[in-house]
Unconditional design. Structure first.
Lengths: 291, 258
C-alpha cells in the first residue's frame, strides 16, 4: 500500500538545521482492491488515484517544560508521548461500498480503514535509523504490526474528514441507515448518532483485562469500559480484526488486531440535541469532547 | 487543590462516564458572523479544537468574504486551573487562507495571500466555470505568514519576525496548509503554474522556528520554484534541500544545499 517515511530533524544548530531520512515503516501489501464500477471509469484519468492514504496526528505541545516562549498557566499534567497515536487512514475513493440488498448495517463493506500507530513505534524506528551509518532503517510490516491497532469500520461509520486520535484514544461516530436512505431533512425523522471511544492505552487495557469474569459479564449494555479481545464478538462497535471478506484479506492486517478498550458515549442532553440536528460533528482532546 | 489531586481527578474523569461539566458556545454564524459562499475558511469550515481551545472563522459582513473574524473559546480546564473564556479577533482586509494555533504559546499563525479575494464561482459568468487558480486571469501574488498572539491579536513578542515573507508564489490563490508544533511551524506549499490542478511542478515542506528564525526547506519536483532563491536572501538562518525528481533528471537523485 505504501510506507511511512520518517525524518529526523536536528535544530540544535539554529543556523544550520538538518533533515535526515532515517527510517521507513512499511505498510502491508494488498493483493487486489475492489474493481471500480463501470459508470465511474470513464470519469477517471491517469491523474486520479485508486488509493488515498493520509496521516493524521494531534500535535501535542505543553508548557509544562520551561521554555521562554511558553505563555499562560503551566500545565499540571501531559499525556505520555510514547503512547500517543498517529493515525494512517486508507481509503478507496472511487469504489462504491458493496451492498447486500436487504441486509443493511454491518454487512455493507467499507472502503475506509485506519491503522493507529503508537509513537513509541515511530521513536524506535527513528532511533535505529539514526544509528545507521548510511541509508534509512526499513521496518517491515510484520515487525511492527503487533504494536499497532487496525480499525476497519463498516459503512455506517462516517467522517467528513478523518480525525486524528487524541492521546491514546480515538472517537468513532456512527449514523443510522435511516439517515442516509431517507430524506434527512425531514424534521419528523429521528436521527441515530452513536459515538464510541476506543482507548489503546496498554495500561488501561490491561487493567480491564484483569477484571474478574463476573465484572466483565456485566460490562456490555452498560455505560462502562469494555475490554475487547482480538477474537471478534457481537458487542464490539467495530471489527476486532479485519475480516477475510474485505479487500484487506490476507494482507497481514490481522497482525494489528485488538485488544483495546471501548465505550459508548451516552448523555441525555446529547441524545435530545442530536435528534433535532441535521448534522453533527464530534471533536475531542485530552480533557474535552465537543459536539 | 494540589497538583497530585488534580492529576488523580483527571485520571478518574478519564475512566468515568460522568460528564464533569457541560457548556454551550455560540460561534461563527451563531455569534453574529456570516458564512459567505466562497472557497474559503468560512465555507463550511469546521471549528478547530486544539490544546483546549476552540476556534471558528466567519465573515463580518453578509455580502462579502472579507473582512474576517475569528471566534476563540478557551475551554475550562482542570489542567490549567482555568474557567472558560470567549473572545473575538477581527482581521480587516487580510485575505487569510489557512491558520493554526498553539494555545500553550498563545500563538496564532495566519497564512495570508497578498492578492485580492476573488469569488471563484463568479456568478457573472454563464455557464459558471470554476477558476482552477482562483486568480480570475490575474497575476499570482505571494503568500506570507503572520505570527500573532491568540489572546490579543498583536504581533507575538517571542517571534523573531512578526511577518515571514519568503516570496512564496504557488501559481494559484488557494493557499496551503500550515501547522503549529510548539516553536516550529510546518507548511506544505505546492507550486502549480499550469492550469491543471493535478499537475504539481513542485511540492515542498517548509519548517520554520518562529522563535529563532531557523528555516528548513525541503522541495522536490521538476521545476525549482523561483522563490527558492528568495529564501536564501531573506532568511538569515536557513537550510534548503532541493531534490530533483528522478523521473525528470537522468542522473540519480541528489540534493543541493544552499
Amino acid at each position: 500500500m505504501g510506507q511511512l517515511d520518517l525524518y529526523y530533524i536536528d535544530w540544535s544548530d539554529s543556523s544550520n538545521p538538518t533533515m535526515t531520512y532515517v527510517a521507513i515503516l512499511e505498510l502491508p501489501f494488498v493483493h487486489s482492491i475492489p474493481p471500480i464500477p463501470a459508470e465511474h471509469q470513464s470519469q477517471l484519468t491517469p491523474a486520479h488515484v485508486a488509493m488515498h492514504i493520509t496521516c493524521h496526528s494531534e500535535s501535542i505541545f505543553s508548557s509544562s517544560r520551561p521554555v521562554p516562549h511558553a505563555r499562560g498557566p503551566e500545565r499540571i499534567f501531559e499525556p505520555i508521548k510514547r503512547n500517543q497515536l498517529l493515525r494512517i487512514h486508507i481509503r478507496l475513493p472511487w469504489v462504491e461500498s458493496a451492498f447486500s440488498p436487504g441486509v443493511p448495517g454491518k454487512n455493507r463493506l467499507s472502503n475506509d480503514t485506519s491503522i493507529y500507530v503508537p509513537y513509541h513505534t515511530v521513536f524506535s524506528a527513528v532511533e535505529s535509523g539514526t544509528k545507521k551509518e548510511s541509508g534509512a532503517e526499513r521496518v517491515h510490516w510484520e515487525d511492527w504490526a503487533s504494536s499497532a491497532r487496525w480499525v476497519h469500520l463498516d459503512a455506517e461509520f462516517w467522517e467528513v474528514q478523518p480525525r486524528a486520535a487524541s492521546g491514546t484514544r480515538c472517537i468513532l461516530t456512527r449514523h443510522s441507515m435511516e439517515h442516509y436512505t431517507t430524506n434527512w431533512q425531514d424534521p419528523n425523522k429521528r436521527h441515530t448518532y452513536d459515538v464510541y471511544i476506543l482507548d489503546f492505552n496498554p495500561m488501561f487495557v490491561d487493567e480491564l483485562a484483569n477484571r474478574d469474569d463476573e465484572e466483565r459479564k456485566n460490562e456490555h449494555g452498560s455505560e462502562k469500559w469494555v475490554y475487547q479481545p482480538a477474537e471478534p464478538d457481537n458487542f464490539s462497535p467495530v471489527m476486532a480484526n479485519v475480516e477475510r471478506r474485505t479487500w484487506l484479506a490476507e494482507c497481514g492486517a490481522e497482525k494489528a488486531a485488538a485488544p483495546y478498550a471501548w465505550s459508548k458515549f451516552k448523555h441525555a442532553y446529547f441524545d435530545d440535541i442530536v435528534a433535532q440536528l441535521q448534522n453533527a460533528q464530534v471533536m475531542f482532546d485530552d480533557e474535552h469532547s465537543k459536539f | 487543590m494540589g497538583k497530585y489531586k488534580h492529576l488523580h481527578l483527571h485520571q478518574t474523569r478519564q475512566k468515568s462516564h460522568t460528564t464533569s461539566s457541560m457548556e454551550t458556545f455560540k460561534l461563527g454564524v451563531l455569534n453574529g458572523g456570516f458564512q459567505y459562499r466562497f472557497h474559503s475558511l468560512t465555507d463550511n469550515h469546521a471549528p478547530k479544537l486544539k490544546g483546549g481551545t476552540l476556534t471558528k472563522w466567519s465573515s463580518i459582513n453578509p455580502n462579502s468574504y472579507l473582512p474576517l473574524q475569528l471566534d476563540v473559546v478557551q475551554l475550562a480546564s482542570l489542567n490549567l486551573g482555568a474557567e472558560s473564556k470567549q473572545w473575538k479577533l477581527a482581521y480587516e482586509d487580510m485575505n487569510i487562507k489557512d491558520y493554526d494555533v498553539e494555545p500553550a504559546c498563545d500563538l496564532l499563525v495566519l497564512l495570508e495571500y497578498l492578492g485580492p479575494a476573488l469569488d471563484p464561482f463568479n456568478p457573472n459568468v454563464f455557464p459558471p466555470t470554476f477558476d482552477v487558480t482562483g486568480l480570475d486571469g490575474g497575476t499570482p501574488k505571494a503568500f506570507v505568514f503572520h505570527f500573532r498572539t491568540l489572546s490579543t491579536n498583536e504581533s507575538h513578542p517571542s517571534a523573531v519576525k512578526p511577518l515571514l515573507d519568503c516570496g512564496i508564489i504557488t501559481g494559484n490563490a488557494f493557499g496551503f496548509w500550515v501547522t503549529c508544533l510548539g516553536d516550529i511551524i510546518v507548511s506544505r506549499p505546492k507550486c502549480t503554474p499550469s492550469r491543471d490542478p493535478s499537475s504539481d511542478s513542485c511540492s515542498g515542506l517548509i519548517m520554520y522556528n518562529w522563535t529563532t528564525g531557523a528555516l528548513l526547506v525541503s522541495l522536490s519536483g521538476w521545476v525549482k520554484p523561483h522563490w527558492l532563491e528568495l529564501i536564501t536572501h531573506t532568511g538569515s538562518k536557513r537550510r534548503v534541500v532541493y531534490k530533483p525528481s528522478q523521473s525528470f533528471i537522468s542522473s540519480s537523485t541528489g540534493h543541493a544545499s544552499v
